[in-house]
Design a protein around this ligand. Structure first.
Ligand code: 28G
Length: 641
């Protein structure tokens, strides 16, 4: 590309923008301003930034395959088959455009042609931010029969850009490899799952794009290819793959109003939960916002109108929002200019006008759809009216529980609960323990001032398969909720939380995992506020005991076992803990309960898509994928949540 061409293609690239280019010192001084944080979230942001550049090429119709590789040393390579970053001399700086793109901060984002760039600065900040925060970076561009390359360290060129080789005249693309700066990030260890989820999502939102993801760090390479021609329709079907849909073809529409484009896919299943994923300019709005609110209002209105019109709903009978969303899986992808993000994690769309815009587009599209697809409409209205009946039954059951509590003598707490003596909420912990025998050991081993124990006998009810009335009245679940203290649903009150930490402690085997999943599903569906508030934890129990002479050590997974054995040398006796019950009070205390030495994993709803996927995978109807998941995870001591 000639210089003139370069300027021409940069439509917004005016003198004004040139003056706005700055050095990268600011980025290294205050990284959080550009990538949100310097913890694992910020670290993963680096990859997203680079991949987003390639995705932009896909959106411009110039790139079809992106490959991402995590290397053994935790460096990352991203390759695309786009047009290749420009390499011509920059008209003002008299440096190759590549160097300007990688070493100058493009404030305002216009230069990067992100007309959909997100305000708030966390997204779409550009590749220069990644180079500023990398110990090392190399960019290679293939175009016009040549391969160009330049290396950088902490955002500064190590040398001039060079032609390093020849290529076929038609080859084109960009390759970026970077090594995150470990003096900036608190961790430089990438998480396979976090990246895989992101890439899958990117491919669902960009129909046709292929992302090949490889991780070379473990003993054997992990690799996944994401590629969906069907876009959002495939997304909802994929989210429902472990459930039983009540209509095959998803509801789908794409409407535009004054430059705002809403694309929606919906498929109901026979499950009882609601899963609505929102995206704005391909950013996952985990906390929802006005686009999701608009869709919800439209659904409630359209389904009520339809039910009334067809005589399914009697006079005065009204479906609530919860009724019409029972069993729904939906994705709304909104494209708009100037989105405002709010909320704790800046993932909630705040633009007030969007609610009405989406609501009116969705109302008309959904009513058209129901009129044209009476069989689907009937299945949905039946589902919603049965939710209405269950809700009325649940209310009766709840009233019953309330009366029972009012009548019962003493604290009203479950008899099985061994409570702690301190009432200083911020210090206290509730251990929910699988099995009476482990419960007994835990009672013996605990610090009774701050640790309470609630033993659970046998399997708890699978809430994924029961309606709320049945779930909440089951003994195990109602015991847990009473012990936790907050109540559920409309009467949930975080102020009544009786313990700062709720810790799930199960065996480290497959059964234990299953029970853990059942408990987490229950909490995820009925007490999500506790997960969001960071109150839910999983205790990690050791897998092995190592004895050398009189001394005992514990290892929590194979890796640690190997390391410990190497460290100790000589003759050791290794025994494998099959369950918590094999430990005595003292062992359980020191390995799993002592706040100074134990390991806890905090449960987070980091990614709503993944959480829902895992839970329904483990809890739903489909047996084969569940078995595959359990087998895949069976020998991992630390299970990914
Ligand atoms: C592999 C990892 C990351 C990229 C391109 C291609 C072009 C480009 C990149 O242009 C300047 C501003 C807006 C057009 C565009 C090449 C047009 C023609 C490109 C990447 C010019 C930047 N020829 N591929 N930047 N734009 N891949 N992958 O970074 O107007 S960055």
């Amino acid at each position: 590309m000639s210089q003139e061409e370069f300027i021409m293609t940069n439509k917004d690239y005016s003198a004004k923008d040139i003056t706005v280019l700055e050095g990268l010192e600011a980025v290294r001084k205050r990284p959080g301003m550009y990538i949100g944080s310097t913890d694992k979230y910020g670290l993963h942001h680096l990859v997203y930034e680079v991949v987003d550049n390639s995705v932009d090429e896909h959106m411009a119709g110039a790139c079809s395959v992106i490959s991402v590789t995590v290397h053994k040393d935790s460096s990352v390579t991203v390759q695309d088959d786009g047009r290749g970053m420009p390499v011509d001399l920059h008209p003002v700086y008299k440096r190759p455009a590549m160097e300007i793109i990688v070493t100058k901060l493009h404030a305002g984002g216009k230069f990067d042609n992100k007309s959909y760039a997100v305000s708030g600065g966390l997204h779409g900040v550009g590749i220069s931010v990644v180079s500023a925060l990398s110990k090392d970076m190399i960019v290679k561009v293939t175009k016009g029969g040549k391969v160009y390359a330049q290396s950088y360290a902490k955002g500064k060129p190590k040398a001039d850009m060079e032609v390093i080789g020849k290529a076929n005249a038609n080859d084109h693309g960009t390759i970026v490899t970077f090594v995150p700066d470990d003096s900036i990030f608190s961790t430089v260890e990438f998480d396979y799952k976090t990246l895989a989820i992101r890439f899958r999502e990117t491919c669902f939102l960009n129909a046709g794009l292929k992302i090949i993801f490889s991780d070379l760090r473990g003993d054997k390479e992990r690799k996944e290819v994401f590629h969906y021609e069907g876009g959002l329709m495939e997304f909802v079907k994929w989210l429902n793959k472990t459930r039983t849909p009540i209509h095959q073809k998803p509801i789908y529409f794409k409407r535009e109003d004054n430059g705002t484009v809403a694309e929606v896919a919906i498929q109901y299943s026979d499950s009882f939960n609601e899963n609505i994923q929102g995206f704005v300019n391909t950013i996952n709005t985990i906390e929802g916002g006005t686009h999701v609110a608009g869709l919800k209002s439209a659904l409630t209105r359209v389904i009520n109108d339809y039910g009334t019109k067809k005589g399914v709903l009697k006079k005065g009978q009204k479906l609530t929002g919860d009724d019409v969303r029972e069993g729904i899986t939906a994705v709304i992808s909104l494209k708009m200019s100037d989105p405002q993000f709010e909320g704790q994690t800046k993932t909630k769309l705040g633009n007030g006008e969007i609610k009405g815009i989406v609501e009116s587009m969705a109302t008309s599209a959904l009513s058209d759809f129901l009129e044209e697809n009476p069989a689907v409409a009937k299945a949905i209205i039946n589902k919603a009216t049965s939710a209405l009946r269950a809700r009325e039954a649940a209310k009766k059951a709840k009233d019953l529980v309330r009366r029972k509590n009012a009548l019962s003598v003493g604290s009203g707490l479950p008899g099985k609960l061994a409570d702690c003596s301190s009432r200083k909420k911020e210090l206290t912990e509730l251990y929910i323990v699988e099995g009476d025998s482990a419960g007994g050991t835990a009672k013996g081993g605990r610090d009774r001032e701050i640790q309470a124990i609630l033993p659970l006998r046998g399997k708890i009810l699978n809430v994924e398969k029961s309606n709320p009335a049945r779930a909440l009245s089951s003994e195990q679940i109602s015991n847990m909720i009473t012990a936790i203290g907050t109540g559920v649903g409309d009467s949930f009150d975080i102020g009544k939380l009786r313990y700062n930490k709720v810790i799930i402690m199960t065996d480290a085997d497959v059964d234990g995992q299953h029970i853990k999943s059942l408990l987490l599903t229950m909490i995820y569906r009925y007490l999500p506020q506790l997960i969001e508030g960071g109150h839910i934890f999983v205790a990690v129990a050791p897998f092995f005991k190592i004895k050398k002479g009189m001394k005992e050590y514990y290892a929590y997974n194979d890796r640690e076992l190997k390391a410990k054995l190497a460290e100790l040398g000589g003759k050791c006796e290794i025994s494998r803990f099959k369950g918590l019950g094999e430990m005595n009070d003292e062992q359980l205390w020191s390995t799993t309960m002592n706040p100074k030495t134990r390991r806890l994993k905090q449960v987070s709803i980091e990614d709503a898509v993944e959480a829902d996927e895992t839970f329904s995978l483990l809890m739903g109807d489909a047996v084969a994928p569940r078995r595959a998941f359990i087998e895949e995870n069976a020998d991992r001591a630390e299970v990914d949540l």
